[in-house]
Design a protein around this ligand. Sequence first.
Ligand SMILES: *[C@@H]1O[C@H](CO)[C@@H](O)[C@H](O)[C@H]1NC(C)=O
Ligand SMILES: *[C@@H]1O[C@H](CO)[C@@H](O)[C@H](O)[C@H]1NC(C)=O
Length: 657
Amino acid sequence: MTAFWTSLRLVVAVAVLSATRLEAKFTHSAYLDAAREKYFLQWRYDAETITFRVEVATLGYVGFGISPNGDMTGSDIVTGFVTDQGDTFFFDRYATARAMPTIDSSQDWTLESSGENGTHTFLQFSRKLVLCDHTDRTIEAGTTRVIWAYHGEDPPHDTELMYHGETRGARSLMLLSGPQNAELPEQVQTMEFLNDAYAVPYKKVTNYLYRGFKVPDLGGKKHVIAFEPVVQAGNEAVIHHMFLYACLEDLDPNLYDGVQYLRESRDIPADWRSCKVTIIVWDVGGVGMHYPEKVGLSVGAPGDPTFLLMETHYNNAQRKKGMKDSSGIRLLYTSELREYDLGLMQLGMEVGHTQIIPPGSQSFVSVGNCYPDCLEKAMEAESIDKINVIGVHFHAHLAARKMRVRHVRNGVELPWLGNDENFDFNFQQTIRLQKEREVLKGDYLIVECTYDTTDREEITHGGPNTQDEMYLGHILHYPKMKLRRCKSNPHRVAYLEALGATEVMFRAGKDDFVPIQPPQMAGKSMKKLLHSVSWNEELRQKFQAVQRTGKTSVICMKKDNSWEEFHQQTLTMREPPPVILHPFEETDACKTQGTGASRLKMRQGSKKSINGVHGHEANAENKSGIKKGSRRKTRKNHRKLSLSPWRHHRRARKISW
Ligand SMILES: *[C@@H]1O[C@H](CO)[C@@H](O)[C@H](O)[C@H]1NC(C)=O
Ligand SMILES: *[C@@H]1O[C@H](CO)[C@@H](O)[C@H](O)[C@H]1NC(C)=O
């Protein structure tokens, strides 16, 4: 092992990068521990690389990883520590179980700087976003589960780690969201929406508080340009998220100012149900958000919200008694109006019984369309030909797994406006797009949400409770349009047909569609029919087909549309939107490297040396990192040649631990 130590010291020696690279500012930051005091992460990224810096309140070892689901198994992990002599030991690892993660044969994370200051350990490291290596997870837009751990002491040996115990955790982050830390102009005023010494419940861990606020008189139109969380000192660990909602219907702000209810309260005013336009989203550990320079959220002008509803999620894991909380959200606004008003439009499905997710579905996709004619009309009303989308926010409940906003122009699907492969109910943050996207007149949008109901025995319907489902996609855009909701639901007739109805008719008396053929279905309500079905794969598939090819009801509503108009829209039957002739396919960065022919040649040429590298001993010998570039290349070639020696190699590793 002496050779091992020596070569490792070299890692430290070569990890000297240009000063500019080290000093470049971080654009994102978050505390990973719930108490927001021990484990601070900063990061920045460009088209190819992501750079992290961790500051952790320990002089022992530190671990950081990218996880598929928040668990350790399958995670791409780095561990590092700084010895009392000032040497740093830093490894790229991979966890195949909840056990000490194995050291990757290819060290793909680069240590850029490290140190200790008497109380904290600092590590700065980077890697490519895409590594095409099954022990290094690709970092994608959307939600990423990161895991963290640390220990109070350095390991006794360079590669061996002691169990970290309880100083570990997982949290979701949008690693590739647009920049969050921006400069503020000088003329900024603030208004705060705060809870008022609320006695945090202790009988239950999870508590959602809703509190209404009258928007103060601002003396005319202003632009909100940023927001920040205001977390009461000492309560950091229990504040899980805070959202501010505007309402689709006009509520009397004087009636509800300072009024508050817990989510399960029966007294929640019915008209609060329309308060679903998320305008501010803050999640545990996050910082606020700054809107792009050209854009501000209009407040104080006619038609702007006069009432806001704040949702605070208290996660009182310790069930602590006697906690009072006055946390909330601070809006930063200015009288120096920006060029554009920020618009918020809701896509997806109307929340209600025409969202049906069969029980026992592994990945059932609900589909809501924003039809081209709806967007077109809305743009015509504003005399514009396009909108610019700056962000996307998804909202769904517990069964949701993936979310996507698709964008179609002339039958060709463009890259997704938003895509979240790891939707996390406990982390619903606005995705600031890295680059603004134009949606033109004639384009249309499709929101898809994938659900997993394998653990459910009953149908899951759309509804307001957490056990019901919901799926909404909000689009932050400018210029602002009066259009508030651009959605569709499968039409009731499409469901009745999937259930076997051959003839359906509208019964004015019931204000609903009912089957008249076949005779055994005649006159039965959908509710009754659904109640008596026994679900099998074939029926699930029929219901799945309804989502994409069935008739729909289209919701295309401005804020001031009446309930009657809404009702009429839900009854009107429409064909599904035009077929997508060329669906978008995400390019697999790992498949487009070099041409097949030249790769083949290289493979053959390097075969011999590859076998050498992949022996366990030879590999350890070359840990120095100096040879890393060439070593990595050879290994990649090797993997493409044949998988079996690689597998063999991994097995060998596992046993050796
Ligand atoms: C070490 O750095 C941390 C984080 O920046 C800081 O909070 C702490 O005060 C520093 N400790 C000392 C002893 O300088
Ligand atoms: C491994 O390291 C040795 C000694 O540093 C060097 O001679 C050899 O070329 C290296 N092998 C590879 C494949 O990099």
